[in-house]
Design a protein around this ligand. Structure first.
Ligand code: SF4
Ligand code: FES
Length: 353
């Protein structure tokens, strides 16, 4: 079906197959109220979601969670998405990964918590480091491209050199070093996770040096709160990607469930294409008409789309506000106050999960 003017087809689907996960990372951006196993979409419904997404124009399917390997029907789901001609990306902790479970997968993103075993296991909340090294071997043995994902925060941000060396040892094609985004559990644990300005600057220097010496592609997602302008979250609301939560809720971004009154619809009740095109949740902040000043007349609005709606809501209570990370926002003081907060002694503060 032809799209109405102004509503382009989505490029990617993030399929959060389950919130179940063997790890207990304090930086997890999943909602604090996790979807229970009994509320997860069944195999046939997920396959229908993939059919509808492909018909809508989706080319990339990111199978995520939680831990997608926790789904016993993962091979069937991968096979279905691959059979539609989609590029299938598996986003995994690596625990339980076998070569059989990679059939049909095009690319693997493997999370790593820190560069050494004790630190990594401490952040993951379980002994997972050895399994991750074995998972990397399985991926490489299968001849698949491997991205190692590391979420950076106060506990590991000083280990960039060691993380680069580890990713090289694991045979990664690409390393993503992404500063924590403060949603879900990460927002709850922000005081313990937030790096200092000095740490952020040192990490940026270490990334630049590593890029000049390593053959691996290194992606650096900067520390949002420390920037002068916000991130172009999702490359615009309802513009390129959609997320289907484990229970079938269809969201413009993985965190959008935090915004009160958004009008989130469920794929059990309405076709995916209709939700993408006209659900209140997707139309609320699509394009530029919803913007107020200072974004409305700002030259950067087509670069950052006014920042992140979820962050605006979380920090100001108003999802239509300029992202408070922006130095032009009347709410920037909220972020500065967070950054100026007393440093937290993480050795004496449990990361809650
Ligand atoms: Fe971006 Fe809005 Fe700030 Fe301009 S005022 S830089 S559009 S967030
Ligand atoms: Fe939801 Fe940024 S995380 S718009």
């Amino acid at each position: 079906m032809a799209e109405p003017p102004g509503v382009a087809a989505p490029f990617g689907l993030l399929a959060e197959l389950t919130h179940r996960c063997p790890l207990r990372c304090g930086y997890c951006s999943n909602p604090v109220d996790l979807v229970a196993r009994g509320d997860e979409l069944d195999t046939a419904t997920w396959c229908s979601v993939f059919d509808q997404a492909r018909a809508l124009g989706v080319l990339q399917v990111h199978l995520s969670g939680g831990e997608p390997l926790a789904r016993g029907d993962l091979p069937e789901l991968v096979g279905h998405a691959a059979g539609l001609g989609c590029y299938v990306n598996l986003v995994t902790s690596g625990l339980g990964l076998t070569v059989e479970r990679l059939a049909g997968v095009d690319h693997v993103q493997l999370s790593v918590q820190d560069a050494d075993e004790a630190g990594a296991n401490r952040i993951a909340g379980v002994k997972a480091f050895g399994a991750k090294l074995r998972a990397a071997e399985v991926v490489r043995g299968a001849g698949l491209p491997l991205t190692v994902n590391v979420v950076l925060h106060r506990l590991n941000v000083d280990h960039v050199d060691e993380l680069v060396a580890l990713a090289e040892r694991m045979g990664a094609d690409r390393l993503e070093l992404a500063h924590t985004q403060y949603y879900g559990w990460a927002l709850r644990n922000r005081a313990a996770l937030l790096p200092t300005r000095e740490q952020v600057a040192r990490a940026a220097g270490a990334v630049a040096a590593a890029r000049s010496r390593s053959g691996m592609e290194i992606v650096h997602v900067v520390a949002d709160y420390h920037e002068a302008h916000p991130k172009p979250c999702m490359h615009g609301w309802g513009a390129r990607q959609l997320t289907v939560a484990p229970n079938g809720d269809v969201l413009p971004c993985p965190a959008a469930g935090v915004i009160d009154g958004l009008g989130v619809e469920n794929v059990r009740d309405r076709p995916l294409g209709d939700i993408w095109r006209s659900s209140p949740a997707f139309t609320a902040f699509r394009g530029f008409d919803w913007m107020r000043e200072p974004c409305r007349s700002c030259a950067r609005r087509e670069l950052d789309f006014g920042g992140c709606r979820c962050q605006a809501f979380q920090l100001t209570g108003d999802a239509a506000a300029t992202d408070p990370v922006c130095t032009l926002s009347p709410h920037r003081g909220l972020v500065d106050a967070i950054l100026a907060g007393d440093p937290t002694d993480v050795e004496h503060r449990a990361v809650v999960r």
